[in-house]
Design a protein around this ligand. Sequence first.
Ligand code: XBP
Ligand code: MG
Length: 258
Amino acid sequence: MLEALIFDVDGTLADTERDGHRVAFNRAFADRGLGWDWDEALYGELLSVTGGKERLKHFMRLRELEALAGSEGLDAFVAGLHKAKERHYEALLAGGGIAPRPGVLRLLREARESGLRLAIATTTSPGNVEALLSLCFGEDIRPWFEVVGAGDIVPKKKPAPDIYTFVLERLGVPGEACLALEDSRHGLRSALDAGIETVVTVNDYTADQDFDGALLVVDHLGEPGAACTRLAGVELPVPLVDVELLRQLHGRKAHLAH
Ligand code: XBP
Ligand code: MG
């Protein structure tokens, strides 16, 4: 029986990557006069590395910029820059710069009403999650989530399964009793390798990725009056992803032909 929904954050709850994290990174770079600009296309490439600090290090190695860290060392340099980025990110959220994706709030409400437990499994830092949940949904929805697994709490970030395994342990339920909602190939792999069937809602950065193994792939979760489109998986009885559909999908316990 389906007991819990576990949501990814970035790209799933809101389009935080292009308009949030990317912009915040660039503001932190500008503060330090680094002259780096992560445009939308470059950021899309850098998303192959999950985790902001890991992404920064990857970029510096790629462009042979490590020497800029100086005597401070690369880890400390990146940690400082990332802290500054976090402040910019939270300011962006506080300024109303990021809205939830279609259908997210509706599905969360329905899930609560139907007695499903809710949790978060994400790569981004706990502070960023708190800020998003408390500032961007019109009401503070942080208390809706029983478990928030975020950031450096596990040694290996997505696509490793660690963050989902952590959340399952905290919830005290097996993977088979849950469904994950993800937006990326890395997230899908992480959930599947933790034994959790997954529904994918793509965004501009992830639409062309390989989602083999997902139960269902849609362009967004859909709202009454704003139909979603099925990209792979079962035919949708109604043009939105609701709790009834999730329960049906979960009951099948089998990957669907795409
Ligand atoms: C999200 C990420 C995060 C954000 C930045 O992946 O990779 O790194 O881009 O967050 P997912 P931080 O949606 O799969 O969890 O800078 O706080 O790491
Ligand atoms: Mg994501």
